[in-house]
Ligand binder design. Structure first.
Ligand SMILES: *[C@@H]1O[C@H](CO)[C@@H](O)[C@H](O)[C@H]1NC(C)=O
Ligand SMILES: *[C@@H]1O[C@H](CO)[C@@H](O)[C@H](O)[C@H]1NC(C)=O
Length: 285
């Protein structure tokens, strides 16, 4: 059996230097690797017509001087973004540092980002147990030096309760990742797709038996791909604000291969880490 995984490889597509854990593994190159790919695109999605209903979504740029989408991220406070650990490590590997990385908010159509609120990272914390492999704690927090200004297009999302279980609920993924497995350019137009969140027992059956699935990850049949790392899975309660369920993490390659589910970092498993990291930041700053 070929086990193909790649940690979110946007960077490979951007022509970046080779990264230790974030390699674009093709079926030919990969045989022994453990199944891990941090996920990036939405295949079979739909255009989002305006950004007003996804105001908490941001685009993390790989490069500092120009805008080059690398990953999604989510506003959880006026100066705080949550994203995937591999996204931050990807920027670090590319630029040598994460500080100063631009974050674009209020964007839907990436062809024209002149109206975006752009903020710059001044602090980053990748979960200390993230080791670049799928299955490890693929989450990170970014702090920006100037607060976002909340508008109809820029807002924070609600965090879930600790260990809240969304399985079976309809959740929506939003992202600018590849829309074509063979493609080499991230989507300009924001895409979305939705499906009921799988129970992990259902996901285990659909993934190879050696898949590095843990109870701190969740699965969806929404096929995210390169460029969708850190992008949100969102649940809309009938009344109340949108809740952040999960973050794009990894998938088998090529994206959507054999209809295997995509694996996401389960945010309810990390709410304590998020609050603890933010509290520690304010104690030190
Ligand atoms: C996105 O913006 C570009 C440049 O402003 C424009 O040409 C294009 O039609 C827009 N796409 C959509 C789907 O609105
Ligand atoms: C880009 O957006 C700005 C602000 O919304 C607008 O003024 C400008 O005309 C747009 N440019 C293009 C090429 O569509």
């Amino acid at each position: 059996m070929l086990s193909l995984f790649v940690l979110l490889p946007l960077v490979a597509l951007a022509g970046a230097a080779s990264l230790p854990h974030i390699q674009h593994l093709t079926p030919r190159e990969t045989v022994e690797e453990s199944p891990v790919e941090i996920s990036p695109l939405i295949l079979d999605g739909y255009d989002v017509q305006g950004v007003d209903n996804v105001p908490y979504l941001v685009s993390l740029s790989l490069t500092k001087a120009t805008y080059a989408h690398q990953c999604g991220g989510v506003i959880i406070g006026k100066t705080w973004i949550v994203t995937a650990g591999h996204c931050v490590e990807g920027v670090r590997a590319f630029n040598g540092d994460v500080l100063g990385t631009p974050i674009y908010a209020g964007v839907s159509n990436r062809s024209n980002v002149t109206a975006a609120q752009v903020r710059y990272v001044d602090f980053a914390s990748v979960h200390r147990s993230f080791n670049g492999n799928a299955g490890s704690d693929n989450i990170a927090l970014l702090h920006v030096s100037e607060p976002f200004v909340y508008t109809a297009r820029v807002q924070q999302i609600a965090l879930p309760d600790v260990d809240e279980d969304y399985s079976g609920k309809l959740v929506t993924a939003y992202g600018w990742g590849l829309t074509d497995v063979e493609g080499d350019e991230f989507s300009k137009q924001l895409q979305y797709a939705f499906a009921p969140l799988l129970q992990n027992s259902e996901c285990e059956v659909l993934l190879p038996s050696d898949a590095p699935l843990t109870d701190k990850q969740v699965c969806s049949t929404v096929k995210t791909c390169y460029g969708d790392g850190g992008t949100p899975l969102v649940y809309w309660p009938i009344d109340g604000p949108a809740e952040l369920v999960a973050l794009g993490s990894w998938s088998y390659m090529p994206c959507g291969y054999a209809n295997r589910p995509t694996v996401y970092t389960s945010v309810p498993s990390y709410v304590g880490w998020i609050y603890g990291t933010i509290a520690a930041y304010y104690q030190l700053n």
